[in-house]
Design a protein around this ligand. Structure first.
Ligand SMILES: Nc1ncnc2c1ncn2[C@@H]1O[C@H](COP(=O)(O)OP(=O)(O)O)[C@@H](O)[C@H]1O
Ligand SMILES: [Mg+2]
Length: 645
């Protein structure tokens, strides 16, 4: 109980020892029926096949209690929980779900309830405390002060029994972290950071060993006792777990075969005509009996019918003392008591109306928190940054030594063109290494945006901002290694421009990779597609084939090519200088078949061409200049490029 007191004080300044009674909640559902249309197998049959997944299921869940949905796998447990949590397409579900007798709008339900997903999607390098603190920063509005958020996180850690693991990282295959049971509790903690009134959990104990599962249900019991409704599904609860449950609903092929407290199970069975004996695992025995009945010819139909009549008799004596307050009154009373932390700043009036803000924080706050989280993650995984820098250093070194001090002869020009293209495409290829990182985050992103923790645009913005410093560093390293060693033109100004273009390529590359990992949710497939598209970008960049020779039906790819633009930019940097001479004297023949001739022959040819140019005024191009350096011909760079192929 002291936990409850501590927690309620988190969001409320008023002393919590006031006698005001806690508002009561009843979540009831009646005659829930859910059918799906099956894909028609036979093309000529017009009859639509339907499958009944839930059939006439009724029951209720109350605050301070755990309602557990039991049943064999495929019996409809997840479907029932989805139906209660309003996570289903409208129309297909029939029946009524009410909270304190009122139907709940999905917006309000989202605010006062939480749905805990089955998988633990967490950042492996954050500690338990940090993970919960980030959840608090996302889900609680910035009007809740930082110290209150910290208090809430501390209370939650106590409530979840995670005190000893608070400073431990979550961990993954490569890093030792917290145990599976603790991980599951952290996941639950994230989802209930705002202290919701209703918790929906689909098989929270699956995959845990029996003692972790027991500890987890114990935690859920504590949460329920703090004034929440806990609705969960369990596949095969142990005897110890069954004792913690307040109500159970056993499903068999979508029909309720028993609903009520687990203690009454043996009585129910003896009334039904099957004695379950006196041993201590009566409930477990009863569950087994239902499984046996499912296989029998009559199925569980007789039991379903028996349950209905049995419930009617019993429920008539159990008149509802719950739900004495209307939903609105109850929710505002809860807020006043410090529950629903995200609602503390909202007036009770607001919370009931439809203009409840969709996001707790402004876009700026979201970006700041996201950037902070990514930075912590990146700092804890320096190997990712290290590998990139290492690759870049090695590539830079190989390129610098291979293209050592290029000259401006036609051959040198050709090599310059090759070097620049390779430099640009290297930046893009290095970005592909981020695919698995984005894919890992993809699911966390989807989970967080599913409950509106932040705007999707904030995420994209934060991602592009957070990579900038490291990309700038990479660009500087690469440019410094290659610029002077290769002998690129433009001096200091040219260097700065070169750095900027490399940075732009990196930035475009990492955004491109992130975009693709957003639409291709598979590592190997992601790599293949990224590599293929980069290859096409390269093919149509203008180096391998001239723009005017690209088939018209592929020209769009040339314009889409992310490599084309930075490539053109570095070419401009290199060749735009009009005073520069790129082929002097007889060098103009170097890249032509004439180059194969004997040198004296080309020399004669060159002299006669010059004479011809002197005489003829119409022969304006190529322009021969007689300067000191005896530059034979000036060639606009891109024309020169195109004349090569
Ligand atoms: N959209 C659907 N189309 C066809 N069958 C479905 C659909 N959704 C669920 N089912 C079926 O309904 C049954 C109950 O599913 P589910 O609620 O997931 O069961 P449980 O969680 O108890 O294992 C299963 O047999 C499942 O195959
Ligand atoms: Mg399920």
């Amino acid at each position: 109980m002291s936990l409850v007191m501590a927690m309620t004080s988190a969001g409320d300044e008023t002393p919590v020892h006031q006698p005001r009674s806690r508002p009561r909640y009843v979540l009831s559902f009646s005659n829930l029926t859910y059918t799906v249309k099956l894909n028609r197998k036979m093309p000529f049959s017009t009859a639509e096949q339907t499958k009944v997944i839930l059939s006439d299921v009724s029951g209720e869940a109350r605050d301070n209690e755990i309602l557990a949905v039991l049943g064999a796998s495929g019996s409809g447990k997840s479907t029932l929980i989805d139906a209660l949590a309003n996570r289903m397409a409208k129309g297909s579900l029939h029946g009524k779900v009410t909270l304190n007798g009122e139907q709940v709008e999905s917006r309000l339900l989202k605010l006062i309830s939480t749905y805990v997903m089955q998988d633990d999607l967490l950042f492996p390098m954050l500690t338990v405390e940090e993970t919960l603190m980030f959840a608090a920063e996302f889900r609680l509005p910035n009007t809740v002060s930082k110290s209150k958020k910290q208090l809430r996180v501390r209370d939650l850690i106590d409530q979840l029994g995670l005190q000893s693991a608070a400073k431990t990282i979550i961990g993954d295959e490569g890093h030792r972290g917290i145990s599976g049971g603790e991980r599951r509790r952290v996941s639950i903690g994230i989802d209930m950071i705002h202290d919701p009134i209703i918790l929906f959990l689909d098989e929270p104990t699956s995959g845990l060993d029996s003692s972790s599962a027991f500890a987890l249900v114990n935690v859920l019991k504590r949460i329920a006792q703090s004034g929440s409704i806990v609705v969960m599904s369990v596949h095969q609860p142990s005897h110890r777990i069954l004792e913690l449950l307040d109500r159970i609903l056993i499903l068999s092929h979508g029909q309720a075969v028993y609903s009520g407290p687990p203690i009454n199970l043996p009585l129910f069975f003896s009334d039904f005509g099957h004695s379950v004996g006196e041993n201590e695992n009566q409930a477990e025995v009863a569950l087994d009996l239902i499984l046996e009945l499912e296989d029998s010819p009559g199925g569980t139909n007789s039991m379903v019918e028996f349950n209905k009549s049995w419930q009617q008799v019993r429920n008539s004596s159990d008149t509802a003392t719950h739900g004495n307050l209307s939903l609105k009154e109850a929710v505002s009373a809860s807020i006043a008591r410090g529950k629903l932390v995200s609602g503390t700043t909202l007036e009770a009036r607001n919370i009931m109306s439809s203009d409840v803000p969709l996001f707790a924080n402004s876009m700026f706050d979201e970006v700041v928190v996201l950037v902070k989280r990514t930075m912590i993650n990146a700092r804890r995984m320096p190997e990712v940054f290290g590998v990139r820098q290492g690759t870049l250093l090695l590539t830079g070194f190989i390129m610098a030594t291979t293209y050592w001090k290029l000259d401006t002869s036609p051959k040198g020009i050709q090599e310059r063109l090759g070097f620049l293209l390779f430099a640009i495409s290297t930046t893009f290829h290095i970005c592909a290494e981020a695919i698995p990182i984005f894919l890992q985050e993809r699911y966390v992103f989807m989970r967080e945006t599913a409950y509106n923790a932040y705007r999707r645009s904030s995420y994209v913005l934060s991602k592009s901002l957070v990579v900038l410093p490291s990309l700038l560093f990479s660009s500087l390293v690469f440019a410094t290694i290659t610029f002077w060693t290769v002998g690129l033109g433009g001096g200091a100004g040219g260097f700065c421009f070169y750095v900027l273009i490399i940075l732009a390529s990196f930035w475009a590359g990492s955004s491109f990779v992130m975009f693709l990992s957003g639409i291709v949710p598979h590592v190997m497939l992601g790599y293949t597609i990224v590599m293929a598209i980069l290859a096409y970008f390269l093919l149509f960049s203008g180096y391998y084939i001239n723009r005017d020779r690209i088939p018209p039906y592929f020209i769009w790819f040339h314009h889409m090519s992310l490599i084309k633009y930075p490539y053109e930019a570095v070419l401009k940097n290199e060749f735009e200088d009009k005073t520069k001479c790129f082929a002097s004297g007889v060098q103009i023949f170097d890249n032509m078949p004439l180059a194969l001739f004997v040198f004296t022959l080309t020399l004669t040819l060159y002299s006669s061409l010059k004479e011809l140019a002197k005489k003829s005024s119409t022969l304006a191009r190529p322009k021969f200049r007689r300067s000191k350096s005896f530059c034979g011909v000036t060639v606009p760079p891109l024309t020169f490029v195109s004349s090569r192929t």
